[in-house]
Design a protein around this ligand. Sequence first.
Ligand SMILES: [Zn+2]
Length: 452
Amino acid sequence: MPGLPPHNTAVKAEDGPALDDLFADDDKPKLPSAEATLATMSDLSNPFVMLTYYRRCFPFKQLFLWLNHGQVPTRQFTHREFAMNLPNDVYIRYNSYANAEEMKKDVVRLNPARFEIGPVYSGRPKDKKVLMKNAFKPLLRELVFDIDMTDYDSIRTCCKDKAMCKRCWRFISMAVKVLDETLRNDFGFNHLLWVYSGRRGIHCWVSDPAALALSDDQRRAIVNYIEVIKGGAKQDKKVNLPRPLHPSMLRALETLNNYFPRVVLEDQDCFKDPEQWETILALLPDRKHAEELKKEFEATPSKASAERWKSLLQIKASNELTLRKHRDFVEDIKLQYTYPRIDTEVSKKLNHLLKSPFCIHPGTGRVCVPLLASQVESFDPSAVPTVGQLLMELEELARSGGSVGNGGVDDKTGWEKTSLRPYVELFEKYVEGLVKEGVRGRKEEKAESMEF
Ligand SMILES: [Zn+2]
């Protein structure tokens, strides 16, 4: 790697990057004998970076327990598809592993930029080529959801495109609150893991056994139930709900009412510019009212969204029908600006692949870390560690003579000494609950089968 400082600058000459010493016994890529800096450790084009992350930090054991729901490997892990995204857009599908150790070994061998998790098949994915076609079918899969800031581009005002800040994260917060409530209350799911996608989105993995067993039709039905915001960028009216509103929608509105003034009116100032307020005036049921407001808004170009909203709420209703239509309009606008916008294609199919938690986002270098719905509001995406930061933390540790572990799947030292620790611990605690229920479920099944 040209341009790197010589061997003997900040680090002692014999050291190179101290982490390198650990791998002296093999021919894996290394950081050239050079100073380890945040810049070199963040360079994802250097194979050393991801390799060291997989060897030292990635929690393979916890990932195994999460997918397997127990300590002893079952089909839920051994028949699970992993797809590897190698550098240069090479994509290897249908990898499967006997256990966490085998998986780690292969990930280290392939050193993918990231990898995705697919369904549990009736046969082992790695045997796909030799299996009869009807012996290879997807059987189980977590129910997954994907919320991405792209779907908020028409309403967020602070950032555009790939950018995301703490302020637009509030749209994600609202979405998570509502979707979490819906999945728990309306569908009875308990095991929901939220995972930050590393840049501007969030994934939800539902791991209840009943969720895993859902057919494509059932997944589609759930998506139809949840999907309220419909239509592309050109469609002004994105909410078309039958009245009276479904109890689930009333509950969502109650939650979202707490956010709407703060996020939509104040923070994002969503109705400040003409093209923004024109959109909502177009949806106002009373055309005369809309014309009056248009004049008023044009005459007051600097008026804040909260003021405009106040004017919108005031209506001189001549009859019950007008009043009701106006009330529906107010609810629809609130939902249109706050209700979860989900990427429905991700959730509809059993055999969809989704990026694994704890992978590294190729654009930002950030870890895709798990979080709980209760933490989403205080979550700061810009505070999530990057792979470069983690490797530097380990490098400092190695330089100061501390142990950075042996690299086995049970070895905690790699992540425990870094800022990845709280995220892995949260994941461990979450997985513990899932494994406990798995054990209870299997005991109950056994007891039932003995009764006959
Ligand atoms: Zn923003």
